[in-house]
Design a protein around this ligand. Structure first.
Ligand code: NAP
Length: 257
């Protein structure tokens, strides 16, 4: 297995859920970590846990990805700590479930700033150094919901921003290909985390949800393929939730309806 020894990764949304699992993949492969989330306590605890378990350096940087100044600080702290950034795992995200006509206006803002703007801003902040180095890997946490057409009801703003992110990532791969930079979108199905714990209906039978381990394996693959290979998109779709039914037969099925 290829090692990430001597490499540095930023992982956003790494204090819990999918981000924490992905940070552990980097640590397990021997990479240095700079991890980000808003709430300092759990972020520091995660840093200590990963450093102890995997014997790697983990720097926690409290960051709100909706703020450009916080993202600049995150990148500067990573460079000061390790000299550069080889891998960016853009993962921080929020979700919400509303019929569109009832969705609060501030919810739109939170979704756009966290799940889209935060992603492209952070990529913009690291990409020029990656271009200079002629190497780098960027992983964007998209969503299996982008495979549904029409998009899942009550998640239109969330899912349409993920569609945008997916399109952006694919285009960026094409633009960065000759610079030796890999861009990978991960499309997870419904996964058992705090994010889905807050959603109604989907999580009625939690035993049917995926664990973050499946996503860990996908990201491990993306980070360890040979230099001339780029996994462009990896969809890790849940086999059992009714939620993902539209991915297979075209007709949407709505739990509880
Ligand atoms: N779970 C699923 O079923 C699923 C499926 C498809 C895609 N995804 C995507 O996977 C990603 C991770 O989801 P998850 O299920 O692991 O969620 P989660 O358990 O709720 O964790 C979210 C992480 O993001 C951080 N975060 C949220 N807002 C932030 C902000 N403004 N600035 C910095 N950090 C922020 C949280 O920490 P703080 O709150 O302390 O900031 C936390 O570390 C998201 O992009 C989500 O859309 C999830």
């Amino acid at each position: 297995m290829k090692s990430l020894k001597g490499k540095t990764a930023i992982v956003t949304g790494a204090s819990r859920g999918i981000g924490k699992s992905l940070a552990s993949v980097v640590a397990d492969l021997g990479g240095n970590l700079v991890i980000a989330a808003r709430t300092e306590g759990p972020l520091r605890e995660t840093a200590e846990e990963l450093a102890k378990k995997f014997k790697v350096k983990v720097v926690p940087v409290p960051t709100d990805v909706t703020k450009l100044s916080d993202l600049e600080n995150l990148v500067n702290k990573a460079k000061d700590s390790f000299g550069g950034i080889d891998i960016l795992i853009n993962n921080a995200g929020v979700s919400s479930q509303y019929p569109f006509e009832k969705q609060p206006f501030d919810d739109f803002e939170s979704l756009v700033h966290t799940n889209y703007l935060g992603y492209i801003r952070l990529i913009r902040l690291v990409i020029n150094d990656m271009i200079k180095n002629k190497s780098g890997a960027i992983i964007n946490m998209v969503s299996g919901s982008t495979l549904c057409d029409p998009l899942p009801r009550n998640f239109l703003v969330y899912s349409s921003l993920k569609v945008g992110l997916r399109a952006f990532s694919k285009g960026l791969f094409w633009e960065m290909r000759d610079h030796g930079i890999k861009i990978t979108s991960i499309l997870p199905g419904v996964t058992d985390t705090d994010l889905t714990g807050k959603l109604k209906e989907i999580t009625a039978e939690t035993s049917r949800l995926m664990s973050t381990e499946a996503i860990e394996n996908a990201v491990r693959f993306a980070l360890t393929v040979p230099a001339n290979v780029c996994p462009l998109e990896i969809a890790v779709i849940n086999q059992q939730t009714p939620w993902t039914a539209p991915v297979i037969p075209f007709k949407q099925v709505h739990p509880g309806k």
